[in-house]
Ligand binder design. Sequence first.
Ligand SMILES: CC(C)(COP(=O)(O)OP(=O)(O)OC[C@H]1O[C@@H](n2cnc3c(N)ncnc32)[C@H](O)[C@@H]1OP(=O)(O)O)[C@@H](O)C(=O)NCCC(=O)NCCS
Length: 153
Amino acid sequence: MESKPDPSPSADVPTRAAHPPTAPLGPQSLPDGRELVLRVMPLPADVNANGDIFGGWIMAQVDLAGAVLPSRIARGRIATVAVNEFVFKQPVSLGDLLSFYAKVVRVGTTSITVHVEVYAERNPANLQVVKVTEASLTYVAIDREGRPRALPT
Ligand SMILES: CC(C)(COP(=O)(O)OP(=O)(O)OC[C@H]1O[C@@H](n2cnc3c(N)ncnc32)[C@H](O)[C@@H]1OP(=O)(O)O)[C@@H](O)C(=O)NCCC(=O)NCCS
């Protein structure tokens, strides 16, 4: 039997009040308080043998999305030094529109750590928003020689 979706938004995923969606959202809404850094729809070439979207493709998109805010802060070249955590919470399907939201959680001397959340919008006739992936990544500002450099103040 299919479980009934919980209509109440969870504590860490506030509903979007400032910009009402064009259609009613499902059990989860897109988050406020985080920056939308990437929106993309996977293609048939990104499907794995199970018919879902290949995890490696999602990881690549998360790496690109996670780099947006650190690039702004570093005002120059950065490199991904670590993927601290990566959780595939729900499978991604063809036709899902993925939105990547990022928040800077730590700024060090040369490094910036970012938390990324990925939401899928699916089934436009009865729109549902599902958190599919969550990750934490660290980027390092680098100089021309690829060595760590201090972040600008
Ligand atoms: C990124 C790189 C230049 C860092 O060089 P490094 O000699 O390891 O640097 P350091 O040990 O001085 O650490 C630099 C910063 O990274 C942080 N860091 C290093 N390893 C880390 C890890 N495993 N997890 C989290 N942070 C880490 C350090 O804490 C430090 O942060 P801080 O200055 O804010 O305190 C080097 O590791 C590198 O070139 N890696 C390959 C990058 C790459 O090819 N990425 C994939 C494509 S972009």
